[in-house]
Design a protein around this ligand. Structure first.
Ligand code: CMP
Length: 139
């Protein structure tokens, strides 16, 4: 079933010039970008995006990191896009990520982990709407 997911290439990965490599991995996996936006998040925008993690001890540090430099926000479309993108990313902690995954290749630790991907269809709906009005999705 074709579906959409939200991906973010995080500030650590942008700084390391890995945007092209990461987008090539989406391409090869059949995840077609239907919207792409490069932006620098304010801290409050990052906090709103990660509101579900508000009570976690890492919330402040995560929001500070996510607003520390430019990110690339994408909507990816394809069969089982949510699950496929999570497989492509690998485990949240790059040390536990499988060989061949984006986080294994480009993540440094559980916070600086190169990419974000929606974890369910409900989350995807919220996250896509957080950054893109429906009319900006070209798919
Ligand atoms: P992400 O997939 O963007 O979703 C939430 C983020 O919180 C996660 O990737 C990590 O970057 C971060 N995160 C999750 N767990 C921890 C943790 N224990 N310590 C620091 N950051 C974390």
């Amino acid at each position: 079933m074709s579906e959409r997911t939200l991906a973010i290439i995080k500030p650590d990965a942008v700084k390391k010039n890995t945007i092209g490599d990461i987008i090539a991995r989406y391409d090869k996996a059949g995840l077609r970008p239907v919207a792409i936006r490069m932006m620098k998040l304010s801290k409050s925008t990052a906090e709103g995006f990660y509101a579900v993690h508000k009570a976690r001890p890492f919330f402040d540090s995560l929001s500070t990191f996510m607003s520390s430099g430019p990110v690339v926000v994408l909507v990816l479309q394809g069969d089982n896009a949510i699950k496929k993108n999570r497989e492509l990313m690998g485990a949240t902690d790059p040390a536990k990520a499988e060989a061949g995954t984006i986080r294994k290749a480009h993540g440094a630790n559980i916070e600086f982990n190169a990419v974000h991907g929606s974890d369910s269809s409900e989350t995807a709906k919220f996250e896509i709407g957080y950054f893109f009005p429906e009319m900006d999705l070209v798919g």
